[in-house]
Design a protein around this ligand. Structure first.
Ligand code: DP6
Length: 346
């Protein structure tokens, strides 16, 4: 019988978006993407795993609900980890033959465009890697669960290299700068709606690849320069360059969503109001002090520096007086004294 292994993994918010796959099965992206990994104390997934001879079939519990293990991506991650463990002989054959029980919870709304699958799969893969004692680049395996998950494997600012190899061996994440590099950087999440999105990211991007001409332009002409420039802005701690590229990339991503046929509409009137307020605020200040970015949902992620937090929060509370800052709280995973935090963040 194995011990229970528990891991906590953070959410990451992309500043250069991943949108479109060149290989659906291996989850290989069309373009590089860049993100920042958040502090685990705010938004994270927590996953506990164990393997035992008396578990009759593989089981998964998501936010307290017994869910289907038929999910192909989930099975791919488990199969890959077991194959590595077999190769590395890191556990016995008997241990490998036992079924697993997985229990995962998020402390924020699932599937509301808040990168829940990123934290979820990063957490799951890190927990399984620990359970089977494998030594491997786990970003590659997390990618097989959900593309954006490979970036949650590292803290700080992270780049997912699209890679060129057909087997995905070079489609991995690496750190641009660690979490201590830009200590003043903050992210505010404005929860516009915490309901499940009507078009999943996976479906939306498949449809964009098939129908959007703008997507081809983005991949070839916009992203390479943006990735290079934003990595430089991060290294130089140049907030205005960082912010400008972040907003432009979010806007282009949502333009592609609208260029998709039928269109994927993720932003709402409130989301657009936030965009307007941010531009007005930056204009009044004569400097770019806040950047917005929106994933496949209406919720806004604002990047800003610590010194501007109270000013911006007052503005948001003034503009949206009825807004609530509460996240939906998930059920807790089983407590063990062996909880591992995937990476350290300030
Ligand atoms: C808009 O990683 O959820 O958040 O690989 O199909 O699971 P799959 O998609 P997913 O897509 C995330 C898209 C995004 C942008 C990003 O995080 O880069």
């Amino acid at each position: 019988m194995s011990d229970i292994v528990t891991v906590i993994a953070p959410v990451n918010i992309a500043v250069i978006k991943y949108w479109g796959k060149r290989d659906e099965k291996l989850i290989l992206p069309l373009n590089d993407s860049v993100s920042a990994t958040l502090d685990t104390s705010v938004m994270c997934a927590k996953t506990s795993v164990c393997a035992r001879p008396d578990i009759l079939e593989n089981e998964i519990w998501l936010n307290g609900v017994h869910s289907s293990f038929c999910n192909q991506r989930l099975q791919n991650c488990l199969t890959e980890i077991k194959a590595i463990a077999r190769n590395q002989k890191s556990v016995t054959d008997e241990f490998l033959s036992w079924n697993v029980r997985i229990c995962s919870v998020n402390n924020f709304p699932t599937a509301a465009g808040l990168a829940s699958s990123a934290a979820g799969y990063a957490c799951l893969v890190a927990a399984l890697a620990k359970l089977y004692k494998i030594q491997s680049d786990i970003s590659k395996i997390a990618r097989m669960g959900s593309g954006s998950a490979c970036r949650s494997v590292y803290g700080g600012f992270v780049r997912w290299h699209a890679g060129v190899n057909p087997d995905g061996s070079d489609s991995i994440a690496s750190q641009v700068a660690d979490s201590s590099h830009w200590k003043e950087m903050r992210v505010l999440i404005l929860v516009v709606a915490d309901t499940k999105k009507h078009i999943s990211s996976s479906k939306g991007m498949t449809c964009s690849v098939e129908t959007s001409e703008l997507l081809k332009y983005r991949v070839e002409h916009s992203v390479p320069k943006r990735v290079k420039d934003i990595c430089e802005a991060i290294k130089d701690r140049n907030f205005s360059n960082f912010a400008e590229i972040t907003m432009k990339d979010s806007n282009q991503f949502h333009a592609i969503c609208l260029d998709t046929y039928p269109p994927c509409v993720y932003m709402t009137d409130v989301s657009h109001k936030i965009v307007e307020i941010v531009h007005k605020y930056n204009e009044i200040n004569g400097d770019v002090k806040v950047a917005y970015t929106f994933d496949a949902g209406p919720n806004a992620c604002l990047y800003l520096l610590e010194k501007d937090i109270s000013d911006v929060l007052s503005l948001i509370r003034h503009m949206f007086p009825t807004s609530s800052n509460e996240f939906v709280k998930g059920l807790d995973a089983p407590e063990t004294n062996k909880t591992d935090v995937l990476k350290d963040f300030p």
